[in-house]
Design a binder for this molecule. Structure first.
Ligand SMILES: Nc1ncnc2c1ncn2[C@@H]1O[C@H](COP(=O)(O)OP(=O)(O)OP(=O)(O)O)[C@@H](O)[C@H]1O
Ligand SMILES: [Mg+2]
Length: 262
């Protein structure tokens, strides 16, 4: 199995503040990672580096067997699917749902553009269908509900058939039914052997889909624990990461936690 991500001593310093502090992290093909930690722990910053959108201040970030800083990021980025609130915020008001997915492939194809357009359109439609959104394809993205937007964003992230899929808080802002629907779909994707390596950021244990194999706990930019999910998700590790004594439960492959008081 080759390395999808290989971070060695990755630090990010901005405005005198250390956002990531010497992170060592390896993601291999087929692995499904959850990154968890409190607000401000550095989760989004870590995804920014993993997606080739930010460079480390110190350390080496290996991405898909390339080294960030020594590779053309415009060639690297189409190999990585990213869904995040920041990216969704850049979508123009009047963009149609189909175009939101379709435009992810721009820049990858130069020659034979027209031929690719048909293929791209078919792929975009197919992805929207898989994520239960094909009947919305002519709607404006801005008119969708939060849950519908999340599914379109994931379809978009998958458009280039990426080798790595990064999801920053995909279940944020969803109601209970929307969250459960999305987690079910993400669980299915996690179990699909053809699916790319996945990294999902959340700060809620309840938002971890089944089928995820590994976890990385962050606190103040540093790694609290990292490895197979059952070894990382312990009361001790989670209590340290969130600086709160926690009671951890696991049932049917899903996790939940409540604060221990007393
Ligand atoms: N350009 C910057 N200059 C200074 N501090 C920054 C800068 N960008 C981010 N930060 C800080 O770095 C910390 C980590 O940010 P990051 O967005 O990675 O956290 P996060 O774990 O994703 O948090 P959340 O759960 O709230 O999304 C935060 O305290 C943030 O305010
Ligand atoms: Mg964040």
């Amino acid at each position: 199995m080759s390395d999808v991500l290989e971070f060695a001593g990755v630090s990010v310093v901005r405005g005198g503040k250390t956002l990531l502090d010497g992170v060592n992290w390896q993601v291999k093909e087929g692995e499904r990672w959850v990154i968890m930690g409190p607000n401000g722990a550095g989760k989004t910053t870590l995804l920014q580096i993993a997606s080739g959108r930010m460079h480390p201040t110190r350390g080496v970030a290996g991405i898909l067997e390339e080294v960030l800083g020594a590779v053309d990021v415009f060639e690297l980025r189409p190999r990585i699917g990213l869904a995040s609130a920041a990216l969704a915020g850049q979508i123009p008001e009047d963009e149609t749902v189909l175009n939101v997915v379709l435009t992810a492939s721009y820049g990858m194809t130069g020659r034979w553009r027209e031929k690719y357009e048909k293929l791209d359109e078919r792929r975009a439609f197919h992805l929207l269908h898989e994520w239960g959104m094909s009947t919305f394809m002519n709607r404006r993205f801005s008119s969708l509900s939060e849950g519908e937007r999340k599914r379109v964003q994931i379809a978009r992230a998958l458009m280039t058939d990426p080798e790595l899929l990064l999801l920053d808080e995909p279940a944020a802002g969803l109601d209970l039914a929307g969250r459960e629907d999305l987690l079910f779909r993400l669980g299915e994707l996690a179990r699909d052997e053809e699916a790319p390596a996945m990294v999902l950021v959340t700060h809620h244990l309840e938002e971890v889909p089944t089928g995820f194999s590994h976890a990385l706990l962050l606190r103040d930019g540093g790694v609290v624990a990292s490895g197979p999910i059952e070894e990382v998700f312990t009361e001790e590790h989670l209590s340290t990461a969130f600086d709160l004594p926690l009671d951890l439960r696991r049932e049917g492959g899903r996790y939940s936690a409540t604060a221990l008081r007393g």
